[in-house]
Design a protein around this ligand. Structure first.
Ligand SMILES: Nc1ncnc2c1ncn2[C@@H]1O[C@H](COP(=O)(O)OP(=O)(O)OP(=O)(O)O)[C@@H](O)[C@H]1O
Length: 243
């Protein structure tokens, strides 16, 4: 017979790719009076896409970094797949960021000397997968992003939109549970930005990864299932996107 405790063992928060931030506070040294995050609760469920919006300085990037285990919160807790990030230690969090999370930044952060396919394959090679297997898997991700003919090109030989699509492939190559993107289309013109965003959302959905994307662009947010708005380090609205 199941008791209440037995049922708890099947808690979906523990067994699925749920990312949960609770009571998150972050103060930077010298700015203790004005926390960058001031009591944020945010749960991202498996496969969900969430846009984080708000004015400049409202805490968007800080929230992204705290949820991703890049920055430690001053207080509060981040739990991924039922595990507290604070309990993992620096080495554990570094490993987690490599295996479970993917990252896309505003301007790609690709290595200029490597061809596109090796840039996309890099996280796999860093975790010990052979170059041959890593590039095979990277090629398989570049193809649906419309880049199969460009995999030998170096970043300097790609357009901004193409380079961001290589960055999307790189973020997905380790089959992450969550992709974190900080202004991923901030350096692109509007048309290219819409294409890249569509690709980012579509590819994350195709592989079942959740997406947390910081943006100033309402068009970007409209691609996500949910929009969270911050002001002065607090959530002021959290709503399903209506189309
Ligand atoms: N390393 C840091 N040291 C001190 N203060 C910081 C640091 N990083 C951010 N802050 C401060 O924390 C607050 C939130 O910054 P954050 O970068 O998270 O905001 P944001 O909403 O992402 O802003 P933007 O849209 O301009 O990128 C701001 O007041 C900022 O000045």
């Amino acid at each position: 017979m199941f008791t209440h405790t037995d049922i708890g063992a099947f808690d979906p928060v523990v067994t699925t790719n749920t990312l949960r931030g609770s009571a998150l506070v972050k103060t930077y040294p010298g700015a203790e009076a004005t926390p960058a995050l001031d009591g944020v609760d945010l749960t991202v469920t498996s496969g969900e896409s969430v846009a984080i919006m708000g004015p400049s300085g409202s805490g968007k990037t800080t929230l992204l970094h705290v949820l991703a285990g890049v920055l430690a919160p001053t207080s509060g807790q981040v739990v991924w797949r039922g595990r507290d990030l604070a309990a993992m230690g620096d080495a554990g969090r570094t490993r987690l960021r490599r295996t479970d999370f993917g990252f896309v930044f505003q301007s790609g952060h690709l290595l200029p000397e490597l061809p596109a396919v090796e840039n996309a394959a890099l996280p796999l090679m860093l975790s010990g997968v052979s170059r041959r297997e890593a590039t095979r898997r990277a090629e398989a991700l570049l193809a649906p992003l419309g880049l199969s003919g460009l995999s030998a090109r170096r970043p300097g030989e790609l357009s901004g939109g193409q380079a961001q699509r290589v960055a999307i492939a790189r973020a997905l190559v380790c089959e992450p549970g969550v992709v974190f993107a900080d202004e991923p289309t901030g350096a692109l013109d509007q048309g290219t930005s819409a294409e890249v965003l569509e690709q980012l959302v579509t590819r994350c959905r195709a592989v079942g990864a959740s997406l947390v994307v910081v943006t100033h662009d309402e068009n970007v947010a409209s691609w996500c299932e949910r929009t969270v708005r911050l002001r002065d380090g607090r959530i002021v609205s959290d709503a399903r996107t209506t189309r």
